[in-house]
Design a protein around this ligand. Structure first.
Ligand code: SF4
Ligand code: SF4
Length: 180
């Protein structure tokens, strides 16, 4: 369910980037660029995403990667930057959150501490709503919301957003316990 949701979100992001690049814009985001992971402090995370992270970290990371992550997860305090950024690389990149997948910037790499959403909104990718809603809708069966009309309603009323937590405020020490 979660991977299906991420696949849909990625298709939407790919399409938005394609539309911008045909207008001559260039994606600034690249591997190793991670100021956004440190400067953003209110990244929304949906319940199924938290389960996905537990699954990925426990089942898919090797012992060495788990050992590198356990310390930052344990010492992470409420409001601290994302603990999954290890030596400038996202340790959970294949299952990074929807919000992370959607945040892309064009033309100029962000400065340290910059949140381009506030400093130059015009350079930040606007996700295509159709894909964004579809990606969120694919998480809804996890909450028992299965039929199309129910899903549409849950998206329209923002029901799913009411169940989001803030990544930086989650107690990640429980995940640290599972890999220590
Ligand atoms: S959003 Fe900004 S800091 Fe983050 S990867 Fe893209 S250019 Fe780099
Ligand atoms: S989950 Fe990964 S991409 Fe998202 S903020 Fe954390 S380190 Fe960055």
């Amino acid at each position: 369910m979660l991977l299906d949701s991420y696949f849909t979100a990625d298709r939407g992001v790919y399409e938005s980037i394609r539309r911008q690049t045909t207008k001559g814009r260039k994606l600034a985001c690249d591997k190793g660029c991670s100021h956004c992971c440190r400067s953003h402090v209110t990244i929304p995370v949906y319940p199924l995403e938290v389960i996905g992270i537990y699954w990925y970290v426990i089942q898919k990371l090797d012992k060495e990667q788990q050992a590198a992550l356990a310390g930052p997860l344990r010492s992470h305090g409420k409001g601290d930057p994302c603990p999954f950024l290890i030596e400038g690389i996202c340790a959970i990149h294949p299952v990074r959150f929807l919000a992370c997948r959607h945040f892309n910037v064009f033309d100029t790499i962000c400065n340290e501490g910059e949140d381009a959403f506030f400093t130059r909104r015009e350079d930040v990718l606007t996700p295509i709503k159709k894909y964004q809603d579809e990606a969120l809708g694919k998480m809804l069966p996890f909450h028992g919301i299965k039929s199309k009309p129910q899903r549409r309603d849950a998206i329209k009323t923002g029901w799913i957003h009411q169940h989001a937590q803030v990544l930086q405020e989650i107690d990640w020490s429980k995940l640290a316990d599972r890999i220590s």
